[in-house]
Design a protein. Structure first.
Lengths: 242, 238, 116
């Protein structure tokens, strides 16, 4: 799976290079503005907010890229090299999901965190208190200055990983299903979307019907994600049509 | 390792691409898969390489059903340009080396030299002839038990074609089966020992090339015309 | 080598090897290439090449020493026999070609004199 992960990354390296470039430029602009900081000018906040915005943007881009590449690999010649390797399908899917998880954290969260760090730096430089940050994420700030920071982030990370897994599995399953049913006819994307919405609603409905508590709800989410993952593996392995 | 299809069928909504094909590919043979476009040759190869799933029938490898593990022993060079855009020729070699234990990097280097390709050429900028040569180099550098070449000579100039055929013969081995699909029947004639004729998804004839000449006095080209020519009586023979 | 289309390829290679033996390019007792090498040199299928020596051996044109290789026959009578066979064939073709142009066998020696 790691080899596949490496090549999934390589296939996308231009995208990541762009993100890295944007990150570098914004950060350099910010750092260049720091020595000239004056309390009455708010211009220095521009690169910071752009950084944070870019983080959000990068996150969505990575996510959509992960989805579109999966879809493309199932329908066109771009998938030949991937699916002719002696790798079990779950491993291939796992690599794709893992890449989205890792790159969304590095770039999405990375941008975001850098933006926050910049704000922190600013408050130090300007001898201001954390007031400017308090506008953004009060809880986060409290945590950053607490002892439970690592645990907090770890918990969030695991939760995020499982959410990405479930979400992507459901999306992949929708795509695989529409691919199998439609055989590459025109409205594949629309059908996938409809299936996805239906599945999500269905899972939500089942969860509610079973009246589960908060903890079990997470487990249900993971369980449905797993079902979709297994379903996708089956469809891709047995119904692939390149 | 022998690969057997039993009543292999691939059906799409609008057509049956492969229709009840039964055939065993034995090691030590070079097969020509013949027939005009649209008669199921590429689909058959994709079925054997696991890129397309069957509708019915079976594919077995030494008796067990075809699985992802068998892809380690089956090498397929499709007609399309399959390599990732960012790749240089050396990246293609790396890719094959990373995934296929039977890949021989020094063989790949040798073939690149013979076929006049260099490792730092960008795949994006290769002409169709060079791309065909690259696919051959990568595929034949794998000591796979079943090698499938889909139209390896298409769009290639004469000298390169001869070069490719020469390479194919040089890499033939008693432990491997090679299947070559092509329109260039005449050029393939001396290279192969068994010819498989497909029509509308069905395997209508499997014959040893020399036997065809001995018994019927026909070359593959003659037989091809006989089978696919207009207004000819079609004999279904196995 | 360019192959004719209605004769088995292995027979055509044998004809070529035989011609070279009769011309003396391949001398009696010379080691012949392995059938694999033949496949590469003549650009033919290895299985097809494998039939070559089997048939040549049957015709007495070569012999195989296990583990060492295949060799051109050293027996001069075999070569003489095949030479005569070939001469007969060529003369036969020659005569029938001329006959098809309207010549009579009796005229042929005269035609040859004129040619010289």
């Amino acid at each position: 799976m790691l080899t596949t992960l490496k090549y999934e990354f390589m296939k996308n390296r231009i995208l990541y290079a762009i993100f890295l470039g944007a990150l570098a430029i914004l950060e350099v602009v910010y750092l260049a503005m720091v020595p000239f900081y004056s309390a009455d000018s708010n211009r220095i906040y521009i690169p910071i907010y752009l950084l944070i915005l870019a983080g959000v943007f990068a996150f969505f881009m990575i996510f959509f890229n992960g989805i579109s590449m999966f879809s493309r690999d199932l329908k066109s010649k771009s998938g030949y090299l991937v699916y002719m390797t002696p790798v079990p399908v779950p491993s291939i899917l796992g690599a794709k999901i893992l890449l989205v998880f890792l790159s969304s954290i590095i770039f999405g969260l990375g941008f975001f965190a850098l933006g926050l760090a910049d704000l922190e730096l600013l408050s130090v430089v300007a001898h201001r208190s954390d007031e400017s940050l308090r506008f953004i994420l009060p809880d986060l700030i409290k945590v950053l200055h607490s002892d439970h920071m690592v645990l907090f982030f770890l918990k969030k990370l695991v939760h995020y990983a499982l959410s990405i897994f479930s979400l992507l599995s459901t999306v992949y399953f929708s795509i695989a299903l529409s691919n199998t049913l439609l055989r590459g006819k025109k409205f594949g994307g629309v059908i996938s979307f409809v299936i996805f919405i239906s599945l999500t609603l269905l899972f939500g409905f089942i969860s509610n019907a079973l009246r589960v508590n908060h903890m079990c709800q997470n487990l249900m989410e993971i369980f449905f994600g797993l079902l979709c993952f297994i379903g996708t593996s089956y469809l891709v392995a047995k119904k692939i049509d390149l | 390792m022998s690969v057997t299809c039993t009543n292999l069928t691939k059906r799409y909504f609008t057509k049956t691409a492969v229709d009840q094909v039964s055939m065993t590919f034995e090691p030590g043979h070079i097969y020509a898969l013949l027939g005009p476009n649209g008669n199921g040759k590429s689909t058959l190869m994709k079925l054997l390489s696991g890129l397309t799933s069957r509708t019915s029938g079976e594919i077995t490898v030494d008796g067990h059903p075809l699985s992802y593990r068998d892809k380690a022993n089956i090498a397929f060079a499709p007609t399309e340009s399959i390599f990732f855009d960012y790749m240089k020729i050396r990246d293609v070699g790396r890719y094959y080396q990373d995934y296929f234990r039977d890949f021989d990097p020094s063989c790949f280097q040798r073939l690149l030299v013979e076929l006049e390709l260099t490792p730092d050429m960008k795949v994006r900028t290769l002409s169709s002839g060079m791309l065909a040569k690259l696919k051959i180099a990568a595929t034949l550098s794998r000591k796979a038990s079943l090698i499938l070449l889909d139209e390896p000579l298409n769009g290639i100039d004469l000298l390169t074609r001869e070069s490719i055929l020469h390479t194919i013969i040089a890499h033939a081995d008693p432990s491997r089966a090679m299947v070559i699909s092509s329109h260039m029947v005449e050029e393939l004639e001396a290279t192969v020992d068994t010819a498989l004729f497909m029509k509308e998804g069905r395997l209508i004839l499997s014959t040893d090339v020399e036997t065809l000449r001995e018994k019927e006095g026909l070359s593959l080209v003659d037989k091809y015309r006989q089978i696919y020519g207009h207004g000819e009586l079609l004999k279904e023979a196995m | 080598m360019d192959f004719k289309s209605n004769v088995p390829i292995y027979l055509q290679v044998i004809a070529d090897l035989k011609a070279r033996m009769l011309k003396g390019e391949i001398r009696p007792g010379d080691k012949l290439p392995s059938s694999r090498e033949l496949a590469v040199t003549y650009e033919i299928n290895p299985n097809t090449a494998a039939r070559i020596y089997t048939e040549m051996e049957r015709q007495g044109l070569s012999y195989t020493r296990r583990g060492i290789g295949t060799f051109a026959t050293e027996d001069p009578s075999v070569l003489e026999y095949h030479r005569n066979l070939e001469l007969k064939r060529i003369i036969g073709e020659f005569i029938s070609e001329l006959e098809s142009l309207g010549c009579r066998i009796e005229d042929i020696p005269g035609l040859i004199e004129e040619y010289k």
